[in-house]
Design a binder for this molecule. Sequence first.
Ligand code: CMC
Length: 431
Amino acid sequence: MTQETAQLIVDGKTYTLPVVESTTGERAIDIRSLRQQSGYITLDSGYMNTGSCQSTITYLDGDQGILRYRGYDIADLAANCVFIEVAYLLLTGELPTAKELDRFKYDMTRYALIHEDMIHFFDHFPPNSSPMSILSTMVGTLHDFYPEMDQEEDPYGGITTTTARLLSKVRTIAAFSYKKNIGHPLVYPRPDLSYCANFLNMMFDRPNMPYRVEPIAVIALNKLLILHADHEQNCSTSTVRLVGSAGVGLYPCISAGVNALWGPSHGGANVAVMRMLETIRRDGRDYDKYIAKAKDPNDPYRLTGFGHRVYKTYDPRAKLIKEICTAVLDTLQVDDPLLEIAQELEYRVSQDDYFVSRNLYPNVDFYSGIIYRALGIPTNMFTVMFALGRLPGWIAHWQEMNSDKDSSRIGRPRQVYRGLVNRPFVRLEDR
Ligand code: CMC
């Protein structure tokens, strides 16, 4: 809280509200006492300008294109760390020492299996079920197979057994959901493989065709997961916090986060981008047609993979993902026409005043799908990949929310009621 205050004048009356300052100097008017003082509430649909909590996890400056986890720039983390190192950072606030990282890696191996009874659940999903619905269901059932413990025996640096289990098992569930989807036998996690290599092996190893884990695939996957690991109060993270504020445990909150992420305006955009690029390809690369549709105010069509609520400049994640994309395709010698189409579309958009004036640049989802495709990951798994990356961020926010008395109050927005006020009841026979 600063000494500064804000004055709100309504109907000639002045209300004084405290001002809160962030560590980077951003200021917020604390309106919590406004209703008590004045009877007024604030209206902010879509939370365009509402801070829902105070947080120490991720710093984002949408005007400058800055994204930092616990103070570290994402470019440095993506260049120098593996995913679980960054997960540790998000969860505990510090990068692990070599010893702590070893322990965390050991936990990822130790908890990688899922209860065999859970495997029967996979059998009863209809063919072609969405891996996202499978993921959210299976995460929910972890609550019953691995009950959360009130008192942890040996938490280290803030990593609880429940957290470590969740991080490790979600990876296994994600890979198993793919194997079940294509009807292949499950491949169990191996103790000799790293987090990302293990995931790729569980996805692609087959009894008749052993999989060789390509180093570039492991590097790319680590970077992609790091770049998706947190993004402060986005839709799915806010969902995790809101559901958690009702007092439920970690698993149901993460399951809710997975469902929120699924939407095409959020994590599901990476699937929609591939469909859009495919459509443009099939339509003879008629870029003008799709750009015109996106600009037409009477057409709901949008160029997916462009625009962001908070970035008014190039999304820093997209910049790094674009670099990884080129490196992966070059190393694996993949010639994907969709990359060329994506690059051309980006170029045309960058020359078009409609997009420039609205600050619409590629976002995190624009190039990621092309990398996943080069790694052999099918389109219906793309949002699952996003979920795998976002998991440590969701958990960190859930932990932070629970450790802070103020943000753990039950989330309960108000509304401006615009319906009919008081109607005399009409009996069935008189209607
Ligand atoms: N194509 C064409 N026009 C667009 C687009 C787009 N992709 N995005 C925004 N606009 C226009 C929009 O029509 C509006 O124009 P006008 O001022 O004339 O009405 C203006 O730009 C502002 O758009 P908005 O909908 O008010 O912006 P928002 O902050 O509510 O929405 C967004 C942000 C990401 C939902 C939106 O840009 C969008 O729908 N993008 C495409 C979907 C997408 O790629 N989503 C992934 C987001 S990144 C992953 C994540 O972090 O979840």
